[in-house]
Design a protein around this ligand. Structure first.
Ligand SMILES: C[S@@+](CC[C@H](N)C(=O)[O-])C[C@H]1O[C@@H](n2cnc3c(N)ncnc32)[C@H](O)[C@@H]1O
Length: 234
């Protein structure tokens, strides 16, 4: 599994490029049936796909809750992907799974990795870290996320309002991922807690259409890109 960074092909690591070049087979995640794979598009800016056996595999965009069984459609997608990987490995073909940002952070590829090892414990897997949107959005906003003895909380923006308030109260520095459908809910809470001036919303960082919004109220009622991250820094 290879982290390919947040968008700019220059943010792929040397190791990611080397492993992608070396692997004859690639498994590329796609959010829509028949849609493009963002990870594959990023890779395309740095590594030639000529001669590669590429499976663009659809993973349904449904919520997964830790500790509970996933929706059967999701499990099926993980199983299929894991079986394809194992099939390639059996033929002596190494597989690279390019994944957006860093594989350790909200990454579908990680479920494929876990599924593969559950079904075929003999499979050998290497994880290549990548530059996460967490650091990349902070860089775009030209800010630090934590210094000295400060802590940092990374959360998916699916918490219900009271839990959002509590976390905003408790932590000095927060990164909200997957905020694209939640800003209409989060902005009034930030306003109520007098935190609007502490918030920065970053859309599509390093993807060519990067937008850094210091006026997060402007996001109200607006359709945001899926690749949007909110930083709240007290
Ligand atoms: C499923 S998570 C994947 C995170 C990824 N593994 C990482 O390390 O960045 C998708 C969320 O990451 C954030 N994200 C990913 N790429 C981004 C980008 N280029 N600009 C802003 N946010 C991004 C958004 O919050 C998006 O909803």
């Amino acid at each position: 599994m290879v982290g390919v960074g947040p968008g700019d092909p220059e943010l792929l690591t040397l190791k990611a490029v080397r492993i992608l070049e070396k692997c004859p087979s690639w498994l590329a995640p796609a959010a829509k049936i028949g849609g493009d794979s963002t990870a594959l598009t990023i890779v395309g800016g740095a590594v030639s796909s000529e001669g590669k056996d590429i499976l663009v595999h659809h993973f349904p965009m449904k919520k997964v809750h830790s500790g509970t069984a996933p929706d059967p459609e999701i499990q099926q997608a993980w199983d299929k992907a894991a079986e394809w990987v194992y099939d390639q490995l059996k033929q002596g073909l190494d597989v690279a799974l390019p994944t957006l940002g860093d594989p350790a952070i909200y990454c579908t590829g990680f479920y494929v990795y876990q599924t593969l090892l559950r079904i075929h414990p003999d499979a050998k897997v290497e994880i290549v870290p990548g530059i996460s949107a967490i650091g990349a959005t902070a860089a775009a906003a030209k800010m630090s996320l934590c210094l000295g003895d400060e802590e940092l909380l990374v959360i998916p923006a699916v918490f219900e309002n009271q839990r959002l308030r509590e976390t905003l109260q408790q932590f000095r520095s927060l990164v909200f991922m997957k905020v694209y459908k939640s800003m209409d809910r989060i902005v009034p809470i930030l306003k109520e807690m007098d935190l609007l001036a502490n918030a920065v919303l970053v859309e599509c960082t390093s993807m060519g259409e990067e937008r850094v919004h210091h006026d997060v109220e402007g996001a109200l009622g607006r359709k945001l890109h899926y690749f949007s991250t909110l930083i709240v820094r007290k």
